[in-house]
Design a protein around this ligand. Structure first.
Ligand SMILES: Cc1cc2nc3c(=O)[nH]c(=O)nc-3n(C[C@H](O)[C@H](O)[C@H](O)COP(=O)(O)O)c2cc1C
Length: 198
């Protein structure tokens, strides 16, 4: 029998492992937890999915952070319906984490300021793209990026920080000896966790 990880039959340790993976995903570019999929509810009510870069994960406040452009579809979708979901599967570890929560868009406040200051010039430049993300264009290259930092700084008004408060987290670990699946949910500060049939 293969030796199983310490969280295998330990519910609390499954939650810790999920957060450990999320925190690592935010700080390291390697691995699937760096670029989870984010689901929103489209303006027409249909589900919409895309990749985002996870910038920060804080188990204390149950918050995940990513960045976006306020002109993007996802920004409008979050404003309309703040309920979102995130997903990542790390094949090497055989761990899937699914999250449901509430997203909040931050603009021109201390949160946005700190994130903008910490962002790399290469990332900042994206927020100055003209026309805005998602605009139909007549050719693949019919768009322009700001050509200097000063211009990029002016374009920061398009920059948004999205903070997601986790309300539900599901952990799945695949093992030949038997998969393990656990669900954690929060009602305010009150947390409840349970094993689920995988
Ligand atoms: C690896 C990767 C990372 C990405 N990171 C982000 C991100 O952090 N924020 C973002 O708004 N879009 C990011 N994108 C682009 C989105 O996946 C998406 O194509 C774009 O934002 C338009 O989405 P929307 O029309 O649903 O708003 C990323 C794409 C890839 C492939």
């Amino acid at each position: 029998m293969t030796e199983q990880p310490p969280f295998y039959d330990d519910l609390a340790a499954c939650l810790e492992e999920a957060w450990r993976r999320l925190c690592e995903g935010a700080t390291s570019r390697r691995g699937a937890f760096h670029t989870p999929s984010l689901a929103t509810i489209g303006l027409d009510g249909a589900p919409r999915l895309r990749t985002v870069v996870l910038r920060e994960a804080d188990p204390g406040t149950r918050t995940l952070r990513f960045h976006t452009d306020h002109r993007s579809d996802k920004a409008a979708e979050i404003v309309r319906t703040p309920r979102v979901a995130l997903h990542a599967y790390e094949a090497a570890a055989k761990i899937q984490v699914r999250i449901e929560g509430r997203a909040r868009l931050h603009a021109q406040d201390a949160v946005t300021e700190a994130a903008w200051e910490a962002a790399l010039p290469m990332s900042r430049i994206c927020y100055g793209v003209v026309p805005g993300p998602g605009t139909p264009i007549p050719a693949g290259d019919a768009y322009a990026m700001p050509d200097d930092e000063e211009k990029a700084a002016r374009d920061r008004e398009n920059f948004r920080v999205v903070l997601v408060t986790v309300e539900r987290l599901e952990f799945l670990y695949l093992a030949f000896e038997g998969h393990r699946r656990a669900r954690f949910s929060w009602d305010g500060e009150e947390m409840s966790g349970t094993w689920l049939v995988p």
